[in-house]
Design a protein around this ligand. Structure first.
Ligand code: COI
Length: 361
């Protein structure tokens, strides 16, 4: 197992500045005092594991990631409980998905124990940056990532890889806080095709979503919904979140994992939480017609999106070039609100962790 050396930041942010950031962190704007770096080469495997001052990474202009996007990442959070202890939610799932993403992007797999130790080491160095929840949903967002740092322009898997973890205090992902978001249906663009990288958490998937995200913003929407690339009919996911549909009979539907959808840790956890709450949960294909007609007729009562960053976010409107469909009167529905509360209660230690999902950091 890797051992991480610690080089403390010589000029960490003063306490007053940190307190000011933590009072209103936003999302992804501020970073802690330290970062993790680990290097991989074929000869030495994973080595040189460090926790060091946060700062720019020096890269050769020919570094393969800058040309061929051989890169993957994860999103997870550290939560402070009322007794001051700090916890991660199902980090083993992130470690396992990181390995699956690595395989798809021809990157070396980082052993799960090293992934977890990297996260633990960074959180321990920057523990003061984990916000008090104070009834809200503030946390320390953790971003492990791995990229091809070898200076080489040939197209082949790189022979030098850098793994990093950075951390960023976070409030709600959407600037408006927890209120129903507006979704733009992308008719021109798709996110992922069969055999592609849709199930991997790689930067390229997110880059491919941005032109559609620009369209969404131009139309006053917050996120894009992508359909499948073959029939342009089946709902897949949003640019960075999975989707759930609550029917009038209490059944909750989520698009099944077809290899083109990200296997969200939050998505998976919600399947269990809904089952606990007595809902029938259906993982199946759901067409855009079923969404549109169901929302208009009342058969679909609520739609919500979920992800580590967004937690559980209600969807209030589906916008398309030729019309709009309001969902659930544009309000947050009761199932959305209760699954959101159940998830946050677990993550912040306010309810019993019967499944051993929480991992003390
Ligand atoms: C996350 O939810 O952690 C993600 O990586 C998605 C991104 C939109 C922030």
């Amino acid at each position: 197992m890797l051992e991480f050396s610690l080089t403390p930041a010589t000029s960490p942010r003063p306490e007053s500045e940190r307190a000011q950031i933590l009072s209103s962190p936003g999302f992804g704007k501020h970073f802690t005092d330290h970062m993790v770096t680990v290097t991989w080469t074929p000869a030495d495997g994973w080595h040189d594991a460090q926790v060091k001052p946060y700062g720019p990474i020096q890269l050769d202009p020919s570094a393969a990631v800058l040309h061929y996007a051989q890169e993957i990442f994860e999103g997870m959070k550290a939560y402070r409980h009322a007794d001051g202890s700090i916890w991660a939610f199902r980090p083993d799932q992130n470690a396992a998905r990181f390995q699956r993403s690595a395989r798809r992007l021809a990157l070396p797999e980082l052993p799960a124990e090293d992934f977890l130790e990297a996260v633990r080491s960074l959180v321990s160095a920057d523990a003061d940056w984990v916000p008090e929840p104070s009834g809200g949903e503030a946390s320390l967002y953790l971003r492990p990532f791995m990229f091809a740092s070898e200076a080489f322009l040939g197209v082949r898997p790189a022979a030098e890889i850098t793994f990093c973890v950075i951390a960023s205090p976070a409030g709600p992902y959407f600037a408006g806080g927890v209120k129903p978001v507006r979704i733009w249906l992308s008719s021109e663009y798709t996110r992922s095709a069969p055999g592609g990288t849709g199930a991997a958490k790689c930067g390229g998937n997110y880059a491919a979503s941005l032109a559609a995200q620009v369209e969404a913003i131009e139309r006053g929407c917050d996120q894009v919904c992508f359909l499948d690339a073959v029939e342009r009919k089946w709902v897949e996911e949003l640019g960075g979140m999975n989707l759930y549909f609550v029917q009038d009979d209490g059944t909750v539907v989520t698009p099944e994992l077809t290899g083109t959808i990200l296997e969200g840790v939050t998505r998976d956890s919600i399947l269990t939480l809904l089952d606990d709450a007595g809902h029938k949960v259906d993982e199946r294909r759901i067409s855009i017609d079923e969404w549109r007609e169901g929302a208009a007729s009342g058969r679909i009562r609520e739609v919500f999106a979920c992800g580590t960053a967004a937690v559980v976010t209600p969807v209030g409107l589906l916008a398309e070039p030729d019309g709009e469909t309001v969902i659930g009167g544009g309000e947050t529905g009761p199932v959305t609100a209760s699954v959101r509360a159940a998830l946050l209660d677990l993550q912040y230690g306010r309810s019993a962790d019967d499944r051993g999902w929480m991992h003390r950091l």
